[in-house]
Each structure stands twice: as C-alpha cells, then as structure tokens.
Design a protein around this ligand. Structure first.
Ligand SMILES: Cc1cc2nc3c(=O)[nH]c(=O)nc-3n(C[C@H](O)[C@H](O)[C@H](O)COP(=O)(O)OP(=O)(O)OC[C@H]3O[C@@H](n4cnc5c(N)ncnc54)[C@H](O)[C@@H]3O)c2cc1C
Ligand code: SF4
Length: 472
C-alpha cells in the first residue's frame, strides 16, 4: 500500500458499533450491541493498512490471517471473509463477541500506536454473522474414514475444537457432554445478552453436519471411565472438562439461603432460563439488594444478569482497587452504564442471616494495597478495626473456579498439579497416560475461550499423529 493511501486510511475514525440504550437493555436479556451494518464494517475495514509484518496475527492465539479477512470485508466479500476466518477459528461468531481483543490482536495493531486500533473483534463478528444470516453454510469435503475413533470428554470450546479438527482429518469422533446441551461455559455461563445461545447452537450444528457425534447427559466417570472408553473401541481420548468447580470463601454463613456461587446463579438464570418465569419455572431469588463478590468477567456477568432481574441495587464488592479489576474494560463500562455500583478495597468476612437462615447482612472489612504478590498485583491487606455491615438479601460469590475433579479422581495415572489441573506437554496436549490428551481450563485453570481453542487445535494435531502412527 502506498504511503499516500496509508495516510488517508489513518484519517478514518474508528466506527462505533450501534447498541441498545442502557435504560432499555437493563430491562431485557437481548444482546447489547447490534453489530456493524455492511457499510460500517466496510468503513472500519478500510482503517486496516494491510501491514507487511502484521503484528496483529502474532497477537492472536490461533494466528488468524487478520489482514486478509479484513481486506475481504473492505472489498465487500463478506462470505469469503467468514470462510477465511473459519480456516483457523472454528467459532468466529463466538470469539468476535467474547475474546479479550484489547489484550491480544488489537493491543498490538499498528494503527493503535497513533490512535484507536482497528476493531478486529467487531469485524470478525460481522463476517461470521453475515455468513450465518445470508449464505448457505457449506460443509468442507470430508476425507475417507481412517478407521480410527476418538472420544472427547466435555463439549466446551476446547472439546468442540478437537472434535472439528479430528473429523476434518477423517477420524470418527464422539463428544460426551455432562449437561443436556453442548457448549460448556458458552451455554451455561456467559449470559444471553453477551452471547446469544442461538449462535453457539449453530456452531454446534455445523460440527454435527460435519459428522461429529454429540452425546449429551453423559457424565464420563459416572457412566464409563476413561479406561473403559479406551478398551471399548476408542483409540484416543481428549479430556476437556473445564474448570466448573466453584471456589467458596470459607467464611461463616456461606450456607445461608440467598448465597449463591456465580456458576449456580448463572446456570439457573441463563441456561435454565429462570428469567423467563413463568414460561420456565426454574427458581432463583431476585432480591432487593444484591452483592456480587469478585472483580473478573464472571463477577461482571453475574452482576449484569442480576441487574436485569430488577432489584433495587446491585453492587460489586472487590478487595483490590479499580486498576486491578480483572474484568474486560468494556464489561465494566457496560455495567456502569446499566447502574452497577462498585465497593472497592472491601472484603466480606461473614454472612449474617435471620432466624429462618435467610441472608440479611454481610460483614465486610476495608482493605489497603501492600506489596505486589506472585501475580504481580499489589496484595490486599485488611485494615484493622475497619469492619462494617451492609444490608443484602442475595450474595453471589464469583472469586474463581477450580478444575472439575471427577476424571483425575477415577483415572489416577493422569497426573495433576497441586490445584488439581491436569498436567500436559504444552506443545502436544499429551497427558501422563498413553492415548489421553487434554487442554482448556482443566489444564490452565479458568482462562479464555480462545486459549481453550488453541489448546484443542494443538491436541488435535498431536492426536492425529498418534492415531496415524500409534507412537506415544
Ligand atoms: C461466567 C463466565 C464468563 C466468561 N467470560 C469469558 C469471556 O468473555 N471471554 C473469554 O474468552 N472467556 C470467558 N470465560 C472463560 C471461558 O469461558 C473458558 O476459559 C472456556 O469456556 C474454557 O473452555 P473449556 O472447553 O476448557 O471448558 P468449559 O467451557 O468449562 O467446558 C467443559 C465442559 O465439560 C463438561 N464436563 C465436565 N466434566 C465432565 C464429565 N465428567 N463428563 C462429560 N462432560 C463433562 C462440562 O459440563 C462443560 O460443558 C468466562 C467464564 C465464565 C465462567
Ligand atoms: S496490525 Fe492492525 S493495521 Fe496492521 S494488518 Fe493488523 S489489523 Fe491491519
């Protein structure tokens, strides 16, 4: 691209994405942003200067050819752009919505050095949505069956990526999923207003059309063990069971009525549709004063879900300061627009209930920031004598999740670390047990969708090699 054109492109302002007004969206569960129109997408795509050395590609954990798909959008070739994306990313409509682009591709975008980076995530979302809404979904030509079978345990982003990659290489794949639907956290955790479930469902349908068999309501470890899968005809197994075990605070009163883990709360409201009462009769306490404990994406999702059930007040209680909030900036911004309150440098120490064991108050203590801890963030330290109480009737604990322990418990030759995460060779996803591979949150602890997918991709390559050669 000649320097004159680059200069012209650099003058184009970042295109805003239209979205629901805060006062409207806080009363519903529809998706917050509407997405780009074709005109907005083409204009935004023109901001990309088609770098010879595109740093954005290195910033993407699955190395999408970003300048190429953006160029196709700029030329109005939207379906082609989506197909380019799908060469390296099996879930572009999901990643365009939930990936932390500000810490990945957009963080290193060259245009961002002098102004706002190109909106790579929004363009990814646009192309994937356009294909889903306007074009025939085409199934790539499938190779002949290799004669090998693989089992995938867990239908989250890691397991679904493995399944898609292996089936494209000619292997038969069965995915076993504990829940009644496939998608993992994409279905049971991330709320509808951030990731409409129909998008996840259509990505799952695509895999099924390619020949992946998905068996729901199948808890591996309760039905069949990993060893039984291996001796019942599966030549290799991928374990992608995620980090669905909620961490509690271990403080008095955690058993009171009105105290939820974020997992339980989000599952009840989103997956089991408590918000569509009485059409769905899943019970959930709506409350008047809701407190969410924690500062990550899960806390923001729980808080913004609670806001939509119309209590008087929803407050995030977080033990560090605003600068350390791990949630995406966009989520914090959206939450604040919707009326979310923050009580920072504060830590709960006791839940207090009434005679009927219903939550009434939380005793908290003020915190100050000390020296940096092993995570590099300043360690919060309690301020002596600063205890105080707040009125509350629903508390949601969102301080993290641990590894699902079932598979390692029943398969002792799969090695785990001190936190219960399965240990693997990071380049191949191979575990300590022959023919068993793993990746995603069960290996990393709670991480991101794209990292789980990247793990799935590496493991699928290595599984393919193992299935072809039998060499471990
Ligand atoms: C509320 C919330 C919001 C998040 N928001 C974001 C975000 O905005 N962006 C982002 O990038 N990441 C986000 N994350 C993190 C992201 O969702 C995870 O990192 C990702 O889903 C991990 O994928 P996975 O495939 O390893 O596991 P999961 O998605 O957890 O899937 C594991 C699956 O395995 C199943 N399973 C477990 N045990 C068994 C068994 N024994 N037999 C059969 N099936 C089993 C589970 O039911 C589940 O469906 C969020 C997480 C949460 C909880
Ligand atoms: S770094 Fe930014 S400008 Fe350069 S190719 Fe990537 S998206 Fe385009």
């Amino acid at each position: 691209m000649d320097p004159k054109e680059i200069k012209e492109r650099m003058k184009i302002p970042k295109q805003a994405m239209p979205e629901q007004a805060p006062e409207e969206r806080v009363k519903n569960f529809y998706e917050v942003p509407y997405g780009y129109t074709a005109e907005l997408a083409m204009e935004e795509a023109k901001r990309c200067i088609q770098c010879k050395n595109p740093l954005c590609v290195g910033g993407c954990p699955v190395n999408i050819d970003i300048p190429w798909f953006i160029r196709l959008i700029a030329e109005g070739k939207f379906v082609e752009a989506a197909r380019k994306l799908k060469e390296t990313n099996g879930l572009p409509a999901v990643c365009g919505r939930v990936c932390p682009q500000e810490d990945q591709c957009e963080k290193v975008c060259v245009v961002g050095k002098k102004g706002q980076p190109v909106s790579i995530g929004r363009l990814e979302r646009f192309a994937a949505d356009y294909e889903r809404e306007h074009a025939e979904v085409t199934i790539p030509a499938m190779p002949k069956w290799t004669g090998k079978k693989a089992a995938v345990v867990g239908a989250g982003p890691a397991g679904l990526t493995v399944a898609g990659d292996l089936v494209k290489k000619g292997h038969k794949v069965t995915v076993f999923e504990a829940l009644h639907v496939a998608g993992g956290v994409l279905m049971y955790g991330i709320p509808e207003f951030r990731l409409p479930k129909k998008i996840v469902e259509s990505e799952v349908e695509y895999l099924k059309k390619m020949g992946v068999e998905i068996v729901c309501n199948a808890v591996v470890g309760k039905l069949e063990t990993i060893d039984e899968l291996l001796s019942n005809g599966y030549n290799a197994v991928f374990v992608g069971t995620g980090a669905g075990l909620p961490t509690f605070m271990n403080i008095p009163g955690e058993n009171l009525i009105g105290v939820y883990s974020a997992n339980e709360y989000l599952t009840r409201v989103n997956l089991m549709r408590a918000y569509q009462f009485p059409e769905y009769d899943t019970p959930v306490l709506r409350g008047k004063k809701v407190v969410v404990i924690g500062g990550g994406n899960t806390a923001m999702d729980a808080a913004r879900t609670a806001l939509r059930l119309c209590p008087e007040e929803v407050t995030i209680v977080y033990r560090r300061s605003r600068e350390e909030l791990p949630a995406r900036i966009e989520e914090i911004h959206h939450g604040e627009e919707e009326g979310l309150k923050f009580m920072l440098l504060t830590n709960p120490i006791k839940f207090i209930g009434d005679d009927e064991a219903r939550l009434k108050k939380i005793e908290c203590i003020k915190m100050e920031l000390g020296e940096p801890d092993e995570s590099g963030r300043r360690r919060p330290v309690a301020v002596k004598g600063s205890e105080f109480q707040i009125d509350v009737d629903v508390a949601i604990i969102a301080i993290g999740n641990g590894a699902n322990p079932l598979i390692p418990q029943i398969t002792p030759d799969i090695k785990v670390n001190k936190w219960g995460n399965i240990t693997v060779n990071p380049d191949t996803g191979r575990t300590s047990k022959k023919a068993v591979f793993s990746g995603g949150d069960i290996v990393r602890g709670g991480a991101t969708v794209i990292l789980a997918m990247g793990d799935g991709r590496k493991a699928a390559d290595s599984m393919h090699e193992y299935l072809a050669t039998g060499v471990w």
